[in-house]
Design a protein around this ligand. Sequence first.
Ligand SMILES: Cc1cc2nc3c(=O)[nH]c(=O)nc-3n(C[C@H](O)[C@H](O)[C@H](O)COP(=O)(O)OP(=O)(O)OC[C@H]3O[C@@H](n4cnc5c(N)ncnc54)[C@H](O)[C@@H]3O)c2cc1C
Ligand code: SF4
Ligand code: SF4
Length: 401
Amino acid sequence: MEIRVNESTCTGCSLCKGACLYDAIEIKDGIAVIGETCVFCGACVESCKFESIEIIGLDTEEKDFSDYKGVWVYLEAHGNEIADVGLELLSEGRKLADKLGVPLSGIAIGSGIEKNAMITFQYGMDKLYIIDDPVFENNIDDIFSKALVQLISKHKPEIFLAGATSFGRTLAPKVAAILKTGLTADCTGLTIDDEKKILLQTRPTFGGNILATIITRNARPQMATVRPHVMEKIKTARDPGDIAVDVIKIEIDPKNFKTKYKMLGTETEKGEKINITDYEVIVSGGRGLGGGEKFELLKELADTLSGVVGASRAAVDSGWISYPHQVGQTGKTVNPKIYIACGISGAIQHLAGMQTSDIIIAINKDPNAPIFKVANYGIVGDLFEIIPMLIKRIKDGKPLV
Ligand SMILES: Cc1cc2nc3c(=O)[nH]c(=O)nc-3n(C[C@H](O)[C@H](O)[C@H](O)COP(=O)(O)OP(=O)(O)OC[C@H]3O[C@@H](n4cnc5c(N)ncnc54)[C@H](O)[C@@H]3O)c2cc1C
Ligand code: SF4
Ligand code: SF4
């Protein structure tokens, strides 16, 4: 691929330079010059009013993907339990499948998972492909990717979704690379383009400052990963006993699934075991707290609400509280019933991890703090005065807000 500027029509107007997010364009002697950091995104081509930029060698041929049908969700299992992220993706996958008018299928691979895999039918799934064999006892990506590639190549789903867990982040790129298709990691939004019937995959980019919508133009399946708790897990009204289940059991020959890895053992991470995503109330503190010992006040409020303490990255980086408490793009994604942000400005990277909370209460002494834009209830003032008042209200049996 090559990008060229037509020097006879370029006016040096700089519009392209402004459009390039990769700082690849300089204006030299009144002409745009494109440097090596260009990633061929095409933004400058669209911005140039003089049609002076051209990308040569782009694959513009429309391919026929009509034999690819259906939405598939990889149902990651830990031991013989199906992880919640798979159920969240089924709930999201249901919406995509309905928009496309195609079936929604799950694919579960593991050892002794069949019984637990049945609960996934409660999340809107039409069909379950299952490989249940002792060779898949441990989540090891080389044999799991082999199994997935075989199934995807045979059944040709148009969309394939997986959780952006540590295993999913290893597995999905491997599958995408073998199938020679694209993969959008850590999506925060998925929808279908009404006209073209393709998957629009939205994810934060440039440190979370921009939301990019990505499409997979020339390959199938369209693959995306989504972090746990970003999508809502929605149980359909159906009773487990009433569901007509369509289960396709796939028998494999274990000889064909020999891993090159050897599992020596597993060790549970030492240190704090808290999982803040398990709580319905999170009281988070940021730099506005001013010190680690001040988290005691937040803990008191959290305890009165049977909740847990969360934190911004600024508080974690300051060493005031440990990383498992961090909420945001590089921390946990949470969606509790109540999220109380105390002394947190509301940087986009923080919002990325909590803005889907049901009710957001923000306490900040700066009335212009961006956190107030996403808050359902905003309290402008000093958190050290407001939090004790809130604790008293709750202890007096009054509602929080
Ligand atoms: C790639 C990348 C990833 C990132 N990932 C994350 C992430 O996962 N999570 C995250 O949180 N951040 C993340 N960040 C950092 C983020 O950009 C912000 O720097 C951070 O969220 C700021 O934390 P803060 O709101 O606690 O601090 P500040 O922005 O400094 O805000 C402190 C707030 O406290 C208020 N305040 C001060 N005193 C009081 C008081 N007495 N009473 C009430 N209010 C008071 C102030 O008005 C201010 O609004 C990331 C950044 C990058 C570049
Ligand atoms: S936008 Fe077009 S005309 Fe303007 S500097 Fe860039 S290439 Fe030249
Ligand atoms: S194609 Fe994209 S990266 Fe390359 S110069 Fe144009 S805007 Fe910049």
